[in-house]
Design a binder for this molecule. Structure first.
Ligand code: CO
Length: 214
């Protein structure tokens, strides 16, 4: 018995449609990938990377986890970042969060949920760091939205503080790290204006001397 037959049928139609539109489509993609963008986003099913920025397969390298968190000991995320910068030579790393993120909302509350509490701990740290800003926002939903934005900003910093990104900058590679937030209410992305393009823009405490520095 074929389970999920509808999805396989959709796949057959999609593949056929792509070939009808462009006979060489899969042959070209099979040859190599050369995306210019690495997307680090939330696993939320409402925030599909390619679709919301109008990019085709082959155009964006994607890493997603709950609440788009970049943790310095997460070898999954770091390996993606290393492969994207060193092998694919992407020019842009985009951390894209979204309003209404359940992971961020959970971190803003104090309920015990299980294993995920350990993951959300990183967002609790963001909440704690920015407590002065957040506690001034009376409206609960506005406060949750602001925590979503602050989480993106902190994760952009975390990307910039990795040795992977600093080594890329150290060897003179063109690489920008951006922070965006998407609204599931209207489908629009807002640039949080924290784009970072070189080591001089990050706090001195986090700068590392890479092997390529003289
Ligand atoms: Co989310």
């Amino acid at each position: 018995m074929r389970i999920l037959g509808e999805l396989i049928d959709n796949n057959r139609r999609w593949a056929q449609n792509m070939v009808t539109l462009d006979a060489g489509y899969f042959a070209r993609l099979a040859d190599h990938q050369k995306p210019e963008f690495l997307w680090i986003g939330c696993s939320d099913s409402r925030v599909p990377a390619n679709q919301i920025v109008g990019l085709d397969p082959g155009e964006v390298f994607v890493h997603r986890n709950i609440a788009n968190v970049v943790v310095h000991s997460d070898f999954n995320c770091l390996s993606v970042l290393e492969f994207a910068t060193e092998v694919l030579k992407v020019k842009h790393v985009i951390v894209c969060g979204h309003y209404g993120c359940s992971g961020v909302r959970a971190a803003g509350e104090n309920h015990h949920l299980g294993l995920i509490d350990n993951w959300l701990r990183h967002i609790r740290d963001v909440r704690h760091t920015h407590n002065a800003i957040l506690s001034r926002i009376a409206d609960e939903s506005a406060r949750a939205d602001r925590l979503c934005e602050l989480n993106v900003i902190e994760q952009v910093r975390n990307v910039c503080h990795t040795t992977v990104v600093q080594e890329a900058w150290g060897r003179g590679q063109e690489l920008s790290v951006h922070g965006w937030i998407y609204s599931v209410r209207d489908g629009l992305i807002k640039d949080l204006d924290v784009t970072t393009t070189n080591q001089a823009e990050i706090d001195e405490a986090y700068r590392v001397v890479t092997g390529n520095d003289s």
